[in-house]
Write a protein that binds this ligand. Structure first.
Ligand code: HEC
Ligand code: HEC
Length: 167
């Protein structure tokens, strides 16, 4: 019985010490904040200053880039970006508007670059005579560009500009 009493005392004492330490920490943090001029600034939201739950008019869509200039790829295996508008192009299970120009059989008439050989390969590397199902939904990889202002600065550096250089 006496032993149990002692343990009780000890746990009560250690709880009091823990409480004191917590209070100390709180006072220190509060002091640090007031020294720095209050709570840290909230970083501006990417969505703008409007109330996120407010009834705000949707901004107009950005204009697609339609200059027809094929863009340089940033690394060899990048899916090239689409340099023309794809507004209203149907891309469903039954209809693929993209293939009506980019399919091998239609490229002579359309002047569009043919989908590359990888688009004919199934997952075992077997080359099929038509586009492989895993490359059917073009916009899963290829994206249109717009004149939208980037939300954050782009720090991308080309692989040729970093690492070891060849003399
Ligand atoms: C009316 C024909 C036509 C249709 C439909 C079409 N394209 Fe194109 N596409 C072209 C032509 C022509 C080019 C060559 C650049 C140019 O003239 O715009 C091109 C270029 C591209 C390129 C750039 C290739 C490169 O090497 O830079 C991609 C990617 C592309 N198209 C994807 C698509 C996708 C995805 C769709 C469907 C959403 C589509 N295209 C629908 C005609 C078409
Ligand atoms: C799973 C991702 C993926 C899908 C889906 C896909 N592509 Fe690609 N595409 C790529 C990649 C990666 C490249 C560049 C490397 C290569 O050729 O595989 C490319 C290259 C291309 C090129 C340039 C070919 C050349 O020789 O310069 C065209 C045009 C193209 N794709 C059109 C299409 C069209 C049209 C579709 C839909 C039928 C499509 N792609 C679906 C990933 C994809």
């Amino acid at each position: 019985m006496r032993r149990q009493g002692r343990t009780d005392m000890m746990s009560r004492r250690s709880m009091a010490v823990a409480g004191l330490v917590l209070c100390g920490l709180f006072v220190l943090t509060a002091a640090a904040f007031s020294a720095g001029g209050g709570a840290p600034d909230i970083i501006p939201r990417l969505t703008g200053a409007d109330d996120p739950m407010g009834d705000i008019k949707a901004p107009p869509l950005d204009r697609p880039v339609t200059d027809d200039v094929r863009r340089m790829r940033n690394y060899p295996e990048q899916p090239p970006v689409i340099p023309h508008s794809i507004d209203g192009y149907q891309l469903t299970l039954g209809t693929n508007r993209c293939l009506s120009c980019h399919k091998r059989e239609f490229t002579e008439g359309s002047g569009a670059p043919m989908i590359s050989i990888t688009h004919f390969m199934d997952r075992d590397g077997q080359v099929l005579s038509d586009v492989t199902p895993r490359r059917y939904f073009c916009t899963a990889c290829h994206v249109q560009q717009t004149d939208a202002r980037p939300l954050v600065p782009n720090m991308f550096r080309d692989a040729k500009d970093i690492g070891a250089t060849q003399q």
